[in-house]
Design a protein around this ligand. Structure first.
Ligand SMILES: [Zn+2]
Length: 142
């Protein structure tokens, strides 16, 4: 079973909390998660960028078999979401109806519990997405 240490989580926190990505200054390729070298041209001249908090759904799937720390949430939705220059794969939460998951649907980033470390009692948080522009939804779930 994989365990995320506090120190590892601290190192990758920016990734978790903002979905920061890399953009290559040489060839212009943007990718998530960020790396030290461009996977397209091999350049290490990269800049880190922060994507917008809203994006558009490209496609999604529903998972019935999930890692143990998602047991209480299953089945879960996983979506591929376009955030401008990059696409990210993330969990979609607060889905009231699968009609909300049409291609091109507006999605917004939300900050949610990802997993709880059973032995240490630590709770890890990260970014997930939910259907956007639901009436009154922007002020809820803070
Ligand atoms: Zn490049």
């Amino acid at each position: 079973m994989e365990r995320l240490s506090i120190s590892k989580f601290w190192r990758i926190r920016k990734l978790h909390y903002t979905l920061a990505y890399s953009k290559c200054k040489k060839c212009g390729y943007a990718f998530y998660p960020p790396k030290h070298v461009c996977p397209k041209c091999g350049s290490s001249d990269l800049e880190q960028r922060t994507p917008p908090r809203e994006g558009k759904l490209i496609s999604w799937t529903k998972l019935y078999e999930v890692p143990f720390y998602f047991e209480d949430q299953k089945p879960i939705y996983i979506g591929l979401i376009n955030l401008g220059e990059v696409n990210v794969m993330a969990q979609i939460v607060d889905v009231l109806s699968e009609d909300e998951l049409r291609e091109g649907a507006e999605m917004e980033m939300v900050f949610r519990r990802v997993k709880q470390d059973g032995t240490a009692g630590l709770i890890y948080y990260g970014m997930k997405f939910r259907p956007a522009h639901r009436s009154g939804s922007s002020k809820q779930g803070q």
